[in-house]
Design a protein around this ligand. Structure first.
Ligand code: CMX
Length: 436
């Protein structure tokens, strides 16, 4: 058995026993009170999920297994000391709860490079059957579903297996799926934007470096950017739409492909992962309407106010949990300041940052007026030559696989059952209003 799997069993067994014990011996413990508002406005703040891979603090932002992004930039293995951490490392950390060694990261890189070589040809046939102008997320998700013919979980389930072993073929499916996503993403990118002129993977490269290479952007800076991008988008605890959808569908014992596909359908919504391309749409439309490549802050403020007045959202701003500037926004700005401080799009992002929070505060209803991860990611990619913004949510999805699929393995290690919250009709809520 692979040593990472062996390690996982050792780490997970006592935790699974603890979950079992908590349910059996403390099942009636009241955890929190829930208000009408929470239920009717998206269940915000209701603890309804067990997730170990990362935790989001409203003020501080995300921590992966206890480590903040600046700490991970120090502690995770890199190819070169002045470069960015390898996403293989955060996968190992989220999976096992321990910081990886260089050897662990190399082992995962090699595993993924080998597993990536066997994508069945029908997956590419299915992509080719779609019109070229079908949104890249449609193509991405269709390919993910087409790959489910390879599901090891489904095969093992049909043969018959003990519940406590569900995690094992899930792990195998997750490793296969993650390994193949960069090839799928790059294939779609080259198909849609580069006349189908595909670039084979280079098995000597790391997972994110390979993605940049196969997309045709193989400078060292873009490889570094891709490693950073894959690191910071990988997880955002369990309740966000892509994580929760993956978990929910997985709770029906759907295989990793079905489960991840559900998460990706959620990521494709404009209030979630599609916001990264909507930001570029918003910025470019603003420049066109103002008639300037370099609008003033006063012009940007007026445009933002018009967006609000028209009943639309300003993409890249606000968050359901965060109440401060997203550290994932800051770390991308730091990257831009290191490599491309004078890039016009980065200057524009900074100008927008100077005016939009006040515009949102003035609405009197936005709970978080600060930028989220999507406010800068597209401008950064564009500044490095990846300017075809419909691909951005696909890149987000490749990264998000690391967190949500690790959680799927843990769901099965913990032995979590099918998810089934209760729903009620409107009268039930009306009946609960205290009588005067
Ligand atoms: N622009 C305009 N209005 C906004 C806003 C924004 N950026 N953010 C919140 N609001 C509005 C909400 O639409 C809501 O309006 P109504 O009361 O009229 O319905 C009100 O402010 C209160 O919302 P909230 O409690 O502050 O925010 P929610 O938790 O409901 O929504 C989010 C969070 C992210 C969907 C929202 O801030 C938004 O739509 N942002 C723009 C889209 C975006 O950037 N999404 C990406 C988030 C990160 C990610 O998942 O990738």
């Amino acid at each position: 058995m692979d040593y990472i799997k062996q390690k996982l069993i050792e780490v997970a067994l006592p935790k699974a026993e603890m979950v079992h014990k908590l349910v059996k011996e403390h099942g009636n413990t009241v955890l929190q009170e829930i208000t009408m508002q929470q239920v009717l406005t998206g269940m915000k703040g209701i603890v309804g999920l067990l997730t170990c891979t990362s935790k989001l603090d409203p003020q501080e932002g995300i921590r992966f297994r206890g480590y903040s992004i600046p700490e991970l930039k120090q502690k995770l293995p890199k190819i070169k000391e002045d470069g960015e951490p390898l996403p293989e490392g955060i996968f190992y950390l989220m999976l096992t709860g321990e910081l990886p060694t260089n050897k662990d990261v190399k082992h995962i890189s090699e595993q993924w490079a080998t597993r990536a070589q066997v994508i069945p040809s029908h997956v590419f046939d299915v992509i080719e059957a779609l019109p070229k102008d079908a949104h890249p997320m449609i193509q991405f998700n269709t390919a993910i579903l087409a790959m489910s013919t390879e599901s090891q979980f489904r095969k093992a389930y049909l043969i018959g297996m003990d519940k406590k072993d569900y995690w094992d073929p899930t792990y195998e499916g997750v490793m296969d799926l993650i390994s193949r996503l960069p090839i799928i993403a790059a294939y779609i990118y080259r198909r849609v934007f580069h006349k189908g002129d595909h670039i084979p993977q280079d098995p000597s490269l790391d997972w994110a470096g390979n993605l940049a290479h196969m997309m045709g952007h193989s400078s060292e800076e873009v490889k570094r950017l891709m490693r950073l991008y894959m690191l910071i988008h990988s997880d955002h605890e369990g309740g966000n739409v892509s994580a929760h959808a993956t978990h929910l569908v997985g709770s029906a014992l759907s295989n990793p492909y079905y489960s991840f596909s559900a998460g990706m359908n959620g990521l494709a919504g404009p209030l979630h992962g599609m916001a990264n391309q909507d930001v570029m749409h918003w910025l470019n439309k603003m420049k066109r309407e103002i008639g300037s490549e370099d609008p003033t802050e006063a012009q940007i403020k007026a445009y933002a106010e018009e967006t609000i007045a028209n009943g639309r959202v300003i993409p890249g701003y606000g968050h359901a949990v965060l109440r401060k500037t997203d550290p994932r926004f800051q770390v991308q700005l730091d990257f831009a300041n290191k490599y491309i401080p004078d890039a016009p799009y980065i200057k524009l992002v900074n100008k927008v940052y100077n005016v939009v929070p006040d515009v949102l505060l003035n609405t009197g209803k936005v709970k978080n007026p600060w930028p989220n991860v999507d406010a800068v990611s597209g401008s950064l990619l564009t500044s490095f030559g990846i300017a075809e913004y419909p691909i951005y949510t696909v890149l987000f999805g490749v990264s998000r696989s690391l967190g949500v699929l690790t959680s799927l393995i843990w769901d099965r290690l913990y032995g979590l059952p099918i998810e089934r919250p209760k729903s009620e009709p409107l009268q039930w809520f009306i009946d609960r209003v205290p009588k005067q």
